[in-house]
Write a protein that binds this ligand. Structure first.
Ligand SMILES: C[S@@+](CC[C@H](N)C(=O)[O-])C[C@H]1O[C@@H](n2cnc3c(N)ncnc32)[C@H](O)[C@@H]1O
Length: 214
């Protein structure tokens, strides 16, 4: 029998809705834990969420926002987060595309992380891939000057697509140039999916692009 999902949040509930963000703004939603002006880091598709928790723990003075399309993942992360002392992390249930469009203004994000988003290997499903030119353009617009977009994938054809759309965005510059990506980034905390793919010996691709003038 499938285990029933636990719905109670055993501590502060760090979930916020898009309506909350639109009505109150991020500064009010992070108060009193963080003072304005906020520095904001966004992870899209945080999955099991350990990477995002680690980011938030490492930079307690920075506001972290996780956007995830799976309601179950958001609930589980909210339960986990409620048992911690972390006041610098908020969770949104929704898509990254919509969150970028509605919830963040130009030059409002210090960093954006997209780790191992679904590769949708069948050609007819490629349009469902997260990393596409419109999304990258939205990220470039939302990043502050010097802000970073970091993307990881284990899928070779998807890596080629990611490389092409990132390289084509004139407001971003490749931090790892002349390499198109790195197979390993020293000091980087692995995500849950990354550990699985590493165990299977799959090739990994890590991209880092910086927002430049333009
Ligand atoms: C393959 S998992 C990777 C999870 C995690 N980043 C990791 O590396 O372990 C992809 C995650 O992205 C989420 N996702 C897929 N499309 C999304 C979208 N458009 N916006 C936000 N999250 C999305 C999925 O629900 C899933 O949790």
């Amino acid at each position: 029998m499938p285990r029933r999902l636990k719905l109670d949040i055993p501590g502060p509930d760090r979930r916020v809705t898009p309506d909350d963000v639109l009505a109150k703004g991020w500064a009010a939603l992070f108060a009193p834990d963080l003072a304005s002006p906020l520095r904001i880091v966004l992870e899209i598709g945080f999955g099991r969420g350990e990477f995002l928790l680690d980011l938030a723990r490492r930079a307690p003075e920075v506001a972290h926002v996780g956007v995830e399309v799976s309601r179950k993942r958001v609930l589980k992360q909210a339960r986990r987060l409620a048992r911690t002392e972390l006041g610098n992390l908020r969770l949104v249930h929704g898509t990254g595309e919509q969150a970028l469009a509605d919830l963040f203004g130009p030059a409002s994000l210090e960093a954006v992380w997209i780790n191992f988003s679904d590769p949708w290997p069948k050609k007819r499903h490629h349009r469902r891939r997260l990393v596409q030119a419109p999304l990258v353009a939205a990220v470039a617009d939302r990043l502050v000057r010097g802000g970073l977009l970091q993307v990881a994938t284990d899928d070779v054809p998807y890596a080629e697509q990611i490389d092409a759309v990132l390289a084509a965005e004139s407001r971003l510059e490749n931090v790892f140039a002349p390499s198109r990506w790195l197979a390993d980034v020293p000091g980087r905390m692995p995500t849950a999916y990354e550990l699985e793919w590493r165990a299977e010996g799959r090739p990994l691709h890590f991209f880092a692009y910086r927002r430049i003038a333009g």
